[in-house]
Design a protein. Sequence first.
Length: 146
Amino acid sequence: MSHPHTQADIEALADNLSACADALHTRLMRAIRQQAPGSSEPKITQAAAQALFDNEVTLRQRANSLYLDAATLAASGLGAAQQQMLDLTARAQDHIRKIDRLKDLVDITAELLALGAAVAAGKPEHIAAPLEKIKHHLATLNAPPP
């Protein structure tokens, strides 16, 4: 508890991962309710829905792990990347709510899971790759269509 600001940042990251899971759940439920064109079947396949539900559960587990380990993680050398992680996960949450392509939804949640795993494991050397992938993915989603 000697680094309360750092702990608050880590808890804020956990809050953002949890909010991403909430946004993913909302988006997934919307996809399940949508019907495929010319069919009474859902727009999303059962396998894709199950994979996204699994990602949602794992995001929640990562967030819960961060909450529980905030004191330990505060000393793990993550300081410089914390604000960037907070900003990116907040942006990811916004995008998850609006993403139309399921592939994009799967990709961004997979990178969020990788980021959460690296932080939860206290392995700052494994944070850069998912951060860069999330940044790139968000930039691609923001880019105007060709």
